[in-house]
Design a protein around this ligand. Structure first.
Ligand SMILES: OC[C@@H]1[C@@H](O)[C@H](O)[C@@H](O)c2[nH]c(CCc3ccccc3)c[n+]21
Length: 445
């Protein structure tokens, strides 16, 4: 048996484009994901977020489920295209949806944790170059300042960005996510502007002196391990760590980009002329907490031909339906490393969870694999806390089965099953198990 600290913050997480639907309602205009998901071949089966979990209309029912499970906090994201459907034009109706959502959460004694940006950039911004345009920091500043003014006093935890790595490298470099570009110079420019917009929003947040509220950022961090003891594989792991982790951790916590990665990238992308003198000082504004999204680790072997001198090899552990290796001990390694090399400010695991093939049987879903996945990760979370680690909370991804980006509706991460034909919700065994963990504040072995 392993106990959590008394005030440990148990939550679940979702994001706007993945659950809301209602893409043309109350003044919302398209995001780059509305556009991208309609391009043939970009998403599984041509799936889009047009309807998703219809959460825009069913939010009261879904908050009722949060209450039933007993979560202390709910991490959701705000759809920028509802708030500013056109450049410079605020949409009160869009804002009113989130005010109603937050009121309903507070009525149920659930702490709202708002992510300002979870990838659904308004298409009007995309048309102006998106994150490649340095003006994006002004568009984002206007957006975040308005949110702080409208709901700053009722949202105790703000997350500026969800996973800058995905919003830049995966989206402008690898091309798997919107807008689907494949240009590494673009990817690093986008990453820089996203980080800069984070710093500007923190400055605005501080200047507004919002009481009883904290601000941070969520990074997806993937510990990288060498495939063998060969020196070249250790080098490959170092570069993989720079590619996934240090490129974002270092600017935020050390006020500089990692030199080894700058040297590596310079050959491919040329001069870093998009970095202005004052930028790193803005990016490294002190924050109140770090959000970490952890799912798996990477194992790499040296590869002369790859940009980062390495290629991933399959791990020995069991896999989830995403093909990601289940490696809970890597979460412990990661947390210890962050604590030792970067910060001992409060950390929240803002996403952790797994997709498995769920089968409905007489209105029940026996997802034992998902229970095991979460249980093992929570055990290592407790181990870190028992070492004195400043881990303050855990948000399970996700509340509902939802639109899994390029995988559409083919991958189910929810602890609540969604029948997308009928929009019926069914609590999986994992939801019942999580309810018990929260209620008892401990993990049974
Ligand atoms: O893939 C599951 C979840 C997504 O549904 C969330 O929107 C996103 O925040 C999120 N991040 C990660 C880890 C990084 C990653 C994302 C997408 C594809 C590959 C890796 C996993 N997830």
């Amino acid at each position: 048996m392993a106990n959590f600290p008394k005030d440990f913050l148990f939550g679940v997480a979702t994001s706007s484009y993945q659950i809301e639907g209602a893409v043309n309602e109350d003044g919302r205009t398209p995001s780059i994901w509305d556009t991208f998901s309609k391009i043939k071949g970009k998403t599984y089966n041509g799936d889009t977020g047009d309807i998703a979990c219809d959460h825009y209309h069913r939010y009261k029912e879904d908050i009722g489920i949060l209450k039933e499970i007993g979560v202390k906090a709910y991490r959701f994201s705000i759809a920028w295209p509802r708030i500013y459907p056109e450049k410079g034009k605020f949409n009160q109706k869009g804002m009113d949806f989130y005010k109603k959502l937050i009121d309903e959460l507070l009525k149920n004694n659930i702490k709202p944790v708002a992510t300002i940006y979870h990838w659904d950039l308004p298409q009007w911004a995309g048309d102006l170059g998106g994150w490649l345009n340095r003006d994006s920091i002004y568009w984002y500043s206007e957006y975040s300042q308005k949110l702080f003014k409208e709901i700053g006093d009722v949202v105790p935890m703000w997350i500026t960005h969800n996973e800058p790595w995905c919003a830049s490298i995966l989206s402008y470099g690898i091309g798997e996510h919107a807008p689907g570009h494949k240009d590494y110079r673009e990817a690093l420019i986008a990453a820089h502007h996203i980080l800069l917009s984070h710093g500007e929003a923190v400055k605005i947040f501080r200047d507004m002196n919002i009481k009883e509220s904290q601000i941070g950022i969520t990074l997806n961090l993937t510990p990288a391990y060498p495939a063998t003891e060969k020196e070249e594989d250790y080098l490959a792991a170092k570069y993989a760590d720079g590619f996934s982790n240090r490129w974002f951790l270092d600017p935020i916590f050390k006020g500089k980009y990692p030199v080894d990665m700058i040297e590596l990238y310079k050959k491919e992308i040329g001069e870093f002329d998009f970095i202005k003198n004052e930028d790193l000082g803005i990016i490294s504004q002190p924050i109140d907490f770090l959000g970490i999204n952890f799912y798996s680790r990477s194992i790499v072997k040296y590869d002369e031909n790859s940009l980062i001198k390495g290629e991933a090899v399959e791990g020995p552990g069991k896999k989830t339906d995403m093909g990601w290796e289940i490696s809970p001990e890597s979460l412990y390694d990661l947390l210890k490393r962050i604590d030792k090399e970067y910060t001992n400010m409060p950390i929240y695991i803002t996403e952790n969870g797994a997709a498995f093939k769920d089968i409905v049987n007489k209105d029940e879903v026996h997802d034992q694999e998902r229970i095991e996945y979460v249980k093992e990760h929570l055990k290592y979370a407790i181990k870190f806390i028992e070492d004195g680690g400043n881990l303050k909370g855990y948000f399970l991804w996700s509340l509902l089965d939802n639109f899994e980006w390029a995988y559409g509706y083919s991958k189910r991460f929810g602890i609540v099953y969604v029948d997308f034909e009928t929009q019926k919700r069914i609590l999986k065994d994992s939801a019942i198990w999580y309810k018990e963990v929260i209620n008892k504040n401990l993990i049974d072995n």
